[in-house]
Design a protein around this ligand. Structure first.
Ligand SMILES: NC(=O)c1ccc[n+]([C@@H]2O[C@H](COP(=O)([O-])OP(=O)(O)OC[C@H]3O[C@@H](n4cnc5c(N)ncnc54)[C@H](OP(=O)(O)O)[C@@H]3O)[C@@H](O)[C@H]2O)c1
Length: 377
């Protein structure tokens, strides 16, 4: 039996993980963690039989006598205490870095949905995994697809990795049209049903920029060999281009349960009861270039990725602050990439050498991004 901790169990990825892990004969869920949703956490503990839980809440909380860690980084403390074999990190945002670090330092393999920990701390995280001899298996559908495609070819035969992007709910709109879009329009993703933050990242195309940085670290591929193509049907998840001019594509319905199952099973397949792709019913598959003019976040993210050092961490922190401000009605949609670019101008050349310095840079970037937002209010 593999002992698993799920961090972010109450979210979109976490709840789909519970669904596909139900009745799994080789995985025992020994711990679950969430942010502030105590009721959801208790439900997950009751459903899975996990004896340890964690909430990122302060103070005394009535938790019906369950054994629950509370306070800052409670999920990371739970992992260090429980010492699982595997952690599914489905926390959203930079808060997931502490989970990634705790998992790797405790000797657990990682099924990683939390892309922000790789974007912000890519070098530190990959070095730590290598030193510990542990695997990071991606949950993100494009990266799971790339890992599956790459496992079937010689590394020297690969020229380029291409991630597909749905284009989000605003594909085809001009920058002027984007200035007045609402929060509910931005949250209404056309092909994927996801948490709020990633839905907004998909609408700005920042998500694809974060994913390019994630791919750069996961597959040790330079940015010149990474590309993005917009594919609104979301049926092709990724493509690899080979030295003989041929390309291999990964296809399937847009259903996160497949990559979650593949990643928690350590990159192995098992039968899943999810809809099958019928190519004849799908009819046509369409592809187009991303519109960098209307969606500058993608270009800003690529530039931060290429700059390296602390730039991706600053990008990530400023983006989280700007997305929160947009979701709470504080800034218009088109202000999100502007806040990110302004924050990168100030702090993008910092180079954190440790997890502590990375956290300090994240804090400074958040405060800088907030001051840009307040100055314009
Ligand atoms: N959803 C998708 O289809 C999808 C696809 C690919 C990649 N991802 C990535 O997967 C991650 C999760 O996305 P999601 O859509 O599942 O997000 P979500 O629905 O917003 O769920 C986020 C989860 O993180 C928990 N959380 C938040 N802050 C926390 C903290 N400080 N400590 C512990 N737990 C905390 C939340 O708990 P509460 O409920 O208590 O707030 C919730 O369980 C993101 O990095 C995203 O980019 C998601």
């Amino acid at each position: 039996m593999k002992r698993l901790v799920i961090a972010g169990v109450t979210g979109s990825i976490g709840s789909q993980a519970l669904e596909i892990l139900h009745g799994h004969e080789e995985i025992e869920i020994v711990g679950v963690a969430a942010g502030s949703n105590g009721a959801g956490l208790l439900e997950a503990m009751a459903q899975t039989g996990a004896s340890a839980g964690a909430l990122n809440l302060q103070g005394d909380i009535d938790l019906d006598g369950f054994d629950i860690e509370v306070g800052d980084d409670a999920a990371a403390r739970l992992i260090r205490e429980v010492q699982p074999d595997l952690v599914l990190n489905a926390v959203v945002g930079f808060a997931g870095l502490a989970v990634t670090q705790a998992a790797l330092e405790s000797g657990a393999d990682l099924a990683l949905a939390n892309k922000e920990s790789l974007v912000a701390g890519g070098n530190l995280v990959m070095d730590l995994a290598a030193r510990q001899g542990l695997a990071i298996t991606p949950v993100d559908s494009e990266h799971a697809a790339l890992a599956q495609l790459l496992s079937g070819v010689e590394a020297n035969d690969v020229e380029r990795l291409v991630l597909t992007a749905s284009g989000g709910p605003f594909r085809g709109r001009t920058a002027e049209e984007l200035a007045s879009v609402t929060v509910s329009e931005a949250l209404a993703h056309p092909t994927w049903n996801m948490g709020g933050k990633i839905s907004i990242d998909s609408a700005t195309l920042m998500n694809k920029g974060l994913e390019l940085i994630e791919a750069h670290h996961l597959f040790a591929v330079p940015y010149d060999q990474l590309g993005v193509v917009v594919h609104p049907e979301s049926l092709v998840h990724a493509v690899i281009e080979l030295v003989d001019g041929m390309q291999l594509a990964h296809l399937g319905v847009a259903d996160m349960r497949a990559p979650i199952a593949w990643a928690v099973d350590g990159g192995n397949r098992r039968r899943l009861d999810i809809p099958r792709l019928d190519l004849a019913s799908a009819g046509s598959l369409t592809f187009e270039e991303p519109d960098i003019k209307a969606f500058p976040a993608l270009a800003i993210a690529i530039e931060a990725g290429r700059a390296g050092g602390g730039a991706p961490a600053v990008l990530n922190a400023a983006n989280e602050v700007a997305v929160e401000a947009f979701l709470s009605g504080g800034i218009p949609f088109t202000r999100i990439p502007e806040v990110v670019a302004l924050t990168l101008d100030v702090l993008g050349s910092e180079v954190p050498e440790s997890f502590e310095e990375l956290t300090a840079l994240d804090t400074s970037a958040r405060s800088q991004a907030r001051s840009f937002i307040e100055a314009a209010a």
